[in-house]
Write a protein that binds this ligand. Structure first.
Ligand SMILES: C[S@@+](CC[C@H](N)C(=O)[O-])C[C@H]1O[C@@H](n2cnc3c(N)ncnc32)[C@H](O)[C@@H]1O
Length: 419
């Protein structure tokens, strides 16, 4: 999640005029910014220190007041901006990549696009537009994994000409996109039908809970969060890190025997989803593209928070800032190996992926048609922001998963951006 550039609005015309939405009553979302702090404080007082994973889960996705549940946090007025929000070129490159790889497999139909954590829905919207442009939406459907009712409303407004909700169904919201594609919303991947799928996850896994460990003389201890009552007069809800005295269940399961890093962060929730994606691709066919900031198994202490485009203390005012940790891409490869029958490619850098997929050509073709100097400057800035090594070009990584059954095709026509 990076800073203060906005999508060049005039380059991308979104027609919101014909939207009709049907809503049913939803669980009340509490807007009190202190609710989460009070809730976690009371929980720790009653039961003792909690894991960082439990803390993240409460802060981000607590059903009544979690950070993601109650507001639109994207863009200049929010806390961070993501690549799809910066420029349409990002989603277009992802779409072109998928189209190309899907066509190499013989364009299997019916097919579904599954986006995990769609934010404002911008990336899915851009992908549908490109598929539509190439007349490739026949027998397609879009399935969104979104836990936030607030964001699912924003996605439906952008993507659909009509939508309705059924909170008791696995697909809690359904709609029809502007280009006629059925769109379904779920809270969990397990509920999505198992068909040939193009999976896309952009800045999703960095938002999933992590467990943190610290190496001490006698092995790894889990980092926990406790209440901080060092100032008894203060009525603020303060928190601090502590180390578990004994081994926790997670420190026994998640630390590998050959681990040597001083700080280790790992996300069992992410590992389960990597495996689920691999199982599905193996069983029903498909392709997955996972894009996020992260490392290849060497990252250490990356748990952090963002508020108003600035990095802040993750324990300060929980619920008011986004929490995130770098994605460990080596765990995707391990999940693929464990499931078997999967080709795992990458991680490669965002710069490499986008340039090899043709970002520069797209940039030049858009630039040719822009007469306004300011808009042209804006487009150039977006291009640089996505690809510069000191901006998003290097820190953001892409990883792709394919079923081993297409190995011969990929040997002959290597996967773009990963060769
Ligand atoms: C950082 S945003 C990324 C948004 C979008 N992909 C983009 O790049 O602009 C994370 C997204 O994942 C969703 N999310 C976070 N935790 C989730 C969970 N446990 N299950 C489903 N969705 C989740 C959030 O509500 C949000 O839509």
């Amino acid at each position: 999640m990076l800073l203060s550039l906005t999508r060049p609005a005039k380059l991308w015309v979104i027609n919101l005029r014909n939207i009709r939405s049907y809503h049913i009553a939803k669980k009340k979302i509490i807007k009190d910014e202190h609710y989460i702090a009070k809730h976690i404080f009371q929980k720790i007082k009653a039961k003792g220190p909690i894991t960082v994973a439990e803390y993240m889960k409460q802060v981000l996705t607590n059903t009544v007041a979690g950070y993601y549940m109650r507001k639109d946090m994207f863009g200049e007025t929010g806390d961070f901006v993501t690549s799809p929000e910066i420029t349409q070129m990002f989603g277009e490159m992802i779409a072109v990549w998928f189209l190309n790889e899907w066509q190499k497999m013989g364009s299997p139909k019916p097919f579904q696009i599954v986006e995990l954590g769609p934010g404002r829905g911008t990336l899915s919207n851009d992908i549908l537009k490109v598929f539509n442009h190439f007349k490739s939406l026949h027998k397609a459907s879009l399935h969104l994994i979104e836990i936030s009712p607030t964001l699912s409303d924003i996605q439906a407004e952008l993507l659909c000409r009509a939508n309705f909700c059924d909170e008791n169904a696995a697909a809690y919201k359904k709609g029809i996109s502007h280009n006629g594609v059925p769109v379904h919303w779920y809270k969990r991947l397990n509920d999505v039908p198992n068909n040939f799928t193009l999976f896309i996850a952009h800045e999703f896994f960095d938002a999933l809970p992590i467990h943190k460990f610290h190496r001490k003389y006698n092995g790894y201890k889990e980092v926990l969060i406790d209440v901080d009552i060092s100032n008894p007069k203060s009525n603020e809800h303060k928190f601090k890190y502590v180390l578990a005295r004994n081994h926790t269940p997670m420190s026994k399961v998640l630390i590998k025997p050959n681990e040597s890093r001083e700080h280790v962060e790992t996300s069992p929730d992410s590992i389960l989803i990597y495996k689920e994606i691999c199982e599905r691709i193996k069983l029903s066919g498909g392709i997955a593209l996972i894009c996020d900031y992260g490392h290849d198994g060497s990252g250490t202490d990356t748990f952090r928070a963002f508020k108003d485009h600035k990095q802040v203390d993750p324990l300060e005012m929980p619920g008011s800032a986004d929490l995130t940790a770098d994605v460990d891409f080596s765990l995707i490869r391990e999940a693929a190996n464990e499931v078997g029958g999967i080709i795992s490619l990458g991680p490669t850098t965002q710069k490499n992926f986008l340039l090899k997929t043709g970002l520069e050509y797209r940039f030049k073709s858009l630039a040719q048609n822009i007469k306004n100097k300011k808009q042209l400057e804006n487009l150039k800035e977006c291009f640089k922001f996505l690809t510069d090594e000191d901006k998003m070009g290097e820190r953001f990584k892409f990883c792709a998963l394919f079923p081993e059954t297409v190995k011969k095709i990929l040997d002959r026509y290597p996967v773009i951006g990963f060769s």
